[in-house]
Design a protein. Structure first.
Length: 89
């Protein structure tokens, strides 16, 4: 019984992760709720050595960490955020 439940849970998790991934891929570059430009990428598609990006984990994929989804902000968007004194004091 436990194995069947775990398999069903695993399949459900994969389906949900796949759905989220496909939805994110449809709207790759968009604007977040605060009005800043953001691009959603999987971990395997981000150059983490690049110094001019800021990433925020959105959806963790525990089965394959490279498939985790991040919001990727470029430096110019972070500078805009810093200049908006009503957000950061």
């Amino acid at each position: 019984m436990g194995n069947a439940y775990e398999k069903i849970l695993l399949i459900f998790s994969i389906l949900v992760s796949s759905y989220i991934f496909l939805e994110v891929q449809k709207a790759k570059a968009s604007v977040d709720e605060l009005g800043y430009q953001v691009e959603y990428k999987t971990a395997e598609n981000i150059d983490f050595d690049k110094n001019d990006v800021f990433v925020v984990l959105i959806e963790e994929n525990r089965l394959d960490i490279n498939k985790s989804i991040y919001a990727v902000y470029e430096r110019k968007e972070i500078e805009k955020l810093k200049n908006d004194s009503y957000i950061i004091s």
